[in-house]
Design a protein around this ligand. Structure first.
Ligand SMILES: *[C@@H]1O[C@H](CO)[C@@H](O)[C@H](O)[C@H]1NC(C)=O
Ligand SMILES: *[C@@H]1O[C@H](CO)[C@@H](O)[C@H](O)[C@H]1NC(C)=O
Ligand SMILES: *[C@@H]1O[C@H](CO)[C@@H](O)[C@H](O)[C@H]1NC(C)=O
Ligand SMILES: *[C@@H]1O[C@H](CO)[C@@H](O)[C@H](O)[C@H]1NC(C)=O
Ligand SMILES: *[C@@H]1O[C@H](CO)[C@@H](O)[C@H](O)[C@H]1NC(C)=O
Ligand SMILES: *[C@@H]1O[C@H](CO)[C@@H](O)[C@H](O)[C@H]1NC(C)=O
Ligand SMILES: *[C@@H]1O[C@H](CO)[C@@H](O)[C@H](O)[C@H]1NC(C)=O
Ligand SMILES: *[C@@H]1O[C@H](CO)[C@@H](O)[C@H](O)[C@H]1NC(C)=O
Ligand SMILES: *[C@@H]1O[C@H](CO)[C@@H](O)[C@H](O)[C@H]1NC(C)=O
Ligand SMILES: *[C@@H]1O[C@H](CO)[C@@H](O)[C@H](O)[C@H]1NC(C)=O
Ligand SMILES: *[C@@H]1O[C@H](CO)[C@@H](O)[C@H](O)[C@H]1NC(C)=O
Ligand SMILES: *[C@@H]1O[C@H](CO)[C@@H](O)[C@H](O)[C@H]1NC(C)=O
Length: 445
């Protein structure tokens, strides 16, 4: 039982080190269509009507160690994160350039105001495609389906085709939340609307904590959490399943970045997310955690509301692949705000670009059509991704579980030694004791 106080001291010590070495709170300031009012108002109106949304969030600290987030639908849903130090600069947005949809013009559309800050690191996550496939074998395995399904079983949509409604874009300044929402009538151009939608609901964090909704992930002041939801979407096939194609781009101002990695951490504790014992961290620069971004999720999505163990299904990810300059994914990247932030360095050798598919579903879960709903939560942030420590309850349970048998063995051992010693001193020997035993007794005598 002496193990408890030491464990507690250890946990307290690690909490304290966490508190003292980190930025725990940031001030957030959010702008939608930033700087747009400075341009000809027809430009702003067109941007809003075209669903060209840009949200800028500045997450500043007292030491001017700031994170700048750009969330945009231009060319596809994208999240760009820049970390700056030394001065309190803001990003500025050139809307004439942003709306040209012209590579040579969008270039340089997003820059910092003077005095120019040090840009220590920048990275971005872009959702390039929505994959829909007819999983006739109910494998829920994207790799298998890529090999076994012919083209007619796929419906692959570029996210650049989607129209994002801005009429109902509400940036809640008190919670720093906003939603990119695309309704299916503009998305698939049929008359069967069924009120379907695809949405990304972002929540920019300013402190450390734990989300109240399943999968109840821990969060830190360096990140943004989001929910991706496909609701009431009319599927193309009876056995439709969905997947996202995601590209992650990383550029450090130090020497060439290392390759990215996707790390899976297992835990024995599912206290916060029942039935889920894993967390996945896609690290953009894993060799140097102090200049790395992360993209984190638990391998679980939900097929209806409310979220619970009964409505949970699996999320799988493919291996990382390089994004080649001439690939079709490169073409999509070239039209997003990434080009406005990375400029010509987007395609130079120092910038690392990797893609993966993230797919939803489990064999026998009834496919998408069972509930016409899929929801997945993930987070994008800077630094070391938050990790669940084993909770006190679990430590006590394990200690009790391990401690009791150990105690019984020790007490039992001592008891039998004492008994043996007593027996020996009484000179008693069982009549039918084996010869080896008897020899041993004779020798030691
Ligand atoms: C804004 O642009 C429109 C069309 O390009 C033009 O007709 C209008 O005169 C411009 N307004 C101002 C105030 O420059
Ligand atoms: C720059 O950002 C700060 C908040 O961090 C804000 O108070 C200030 O008004 C911004 N400056 C400009 C020119 O937008
Ligand atoms: C808005 O969309 C229309 C049609 O898609 C296009 O012709 C126009 O150039 C776009 N306007 C801007 C400012 O991007
Ligand atoms: C993009 O803009 C440049 C510079 O104005 C122009 O030369 C070029 O033709 C444009 N390209 C397209 C595809 O519109
Ligand atoms: C594609 O698959 C469908 C259904 O499995 C089948 O009916 C069709 O003939 C296939 N087409 C080709 C070109 O193989
Ligand atoms: C912002 O969120 C808070 C908390 O959820 C809510 O009480 C408030 O009504 C929201 N404000 C707007 C403008 O939606
Ligand atoms: C997206 O829009 C649809 C249709 O207006 C609506 O039913 C749905 O609730 C919206 N999604 C989110 C996350 O706001
Ligand atoms: C949608 O409805 C319009 C008339 O309301 C009709 O002309 C059009 O053909 C329909 N489109 C589809 C894809 O059914
Ligand atoms: C779509 O939503 C409207 C209003 O919320 C509702 O009246 C209508 O019945 C819905 N349509 C379907 C097909 O669910
Ligand atoms: C993307 O942009 C780069 C740089 O402008 C260019 O070299 C490349 O060919 C473009 N890729 C595609 C597929 O358009
Ligand atoms: C899901 O959508 C399909 C096709 O649009 C419809 O037939 C089915 O009833 C829907 N399922 C549920 C549970 O609403
Ligand atoms: C959060 O970001 C700051 C730099 O802005 C970094 O020093 C800190 O280590 C990050 N926090 C975590 C938990 O990685």
């Amino acid at each position: 039982m002496a193990a408890f106080p030491t464990m507690k001291v250890f946990i307290l010590a690690s909490i304290l080190t966490f508190v003292f070495c980190d930025i725990e709170k940031r001030d957030l300031k959010t702008w939608s269509w930033p700087d747009c009012e400075k341009y000809n108002e027809t430009i702003c109106n067109e941007a809003k009507q075209n669903g060209s949304i840009v949200i800028y969030v500045k997450a500043s600290s007292e030491s001017n160690d700031n994170l700048h987030y750009v969330f945009s639908t231009i060319g596809g849903p994208s999240v760009v994160v820049l970390r700056t130090t030394n001065v309190n600069a803001n990003l500025t947005f050139n809307w004439e350039k942003l709306l040209q949809y012209n590579n040579s013009l969008i270039d340089g559309a997003i820059t910092f105001s003077d005095p120019q800050p040090n840009i220590e690191y920048k990275f971005a996550v872009v959702f390039t495609r929505l994959l829909e496939y007819d999983d006739t074998d109910d494998s829920a395995d994207l790799d298998y389906c890529e090999k076994h399904l012919n083209l007619t079983s796929w419906n692959i949509r570029d996210f650049s085709m989607f129209h994002w409604s801005s009429d109902d874009l509400k940036v809640n300044a008190s919670t720093n939340t906003f939603v990119f929402n695309s309704t299916s009538d503009v998305m698939i151009k049929t008359n069967e609307t069924r009120n379907g939608s695809i949405s990304f609901a972002f929540s920019v964090k300013h402190d450390n904590g734990r989300a109240s909704d399943l999968p109840r992930m821990l969060y830190i002041a360096n990140e943004t959490m989001f929910d991706f939801v496909i609701a009431n979407y009319t599927p193309s096939f009876n056995n439709s399943r969905f997947a996202l194609e995601v590209v992650v781009v990383s550029l450090s101002n130090e020497a060439a970045s290392a390759d990215m990695s996707v790390d899976l951490t297992k835990s024995i504790d599912d206290e916060y997310t029942p039935g889920v014992f894993e967390i996945i961290d896609w690290l953009t620069n894993p060799k140097q955690s102090h200049i790395s971004g992360f993209f984190q999720w638990k391998p679980v999505s939900y097929i209806s509301l409310p979220r619970g163990r009964n409505t949970a299904t699996k999320v799988e990810h493919s291996d990382l692949k390089n994004v080649d300059k001439s690939s079709s994914s490169a073409k999509l990247l070239n039209n997003t705000v990434l080009l406005a932030v990375f400029n010509e360095s987007l395609w130079n050798g120092k910038t690392v670009k990797r893609m993966a598919n993230i797919s939803f579903g489990l064999p026998k879960d009834g496919f998408y059509i069972k509930n016409n709903y899929t929801a997945w939560t993930a987070a994008i942030g800077y630094g070391t991704p938050p990790a669940d420590s084993i909770s006190i309850t679990v430590i006590i349970t394990i200690s009790a579980g391990l401690g009791l048998p150990v105690l019984i063995i020790i007490v039992g051992g001592i008891y039998s030694i004492i008994r043996k010693m007593r027996k020996r001193s009484s000179g008693y020997e069982p009549i039918n004791a084996g010869s080896i035993n008897r020899n041993y007794t004779q020798q030691s005598d």
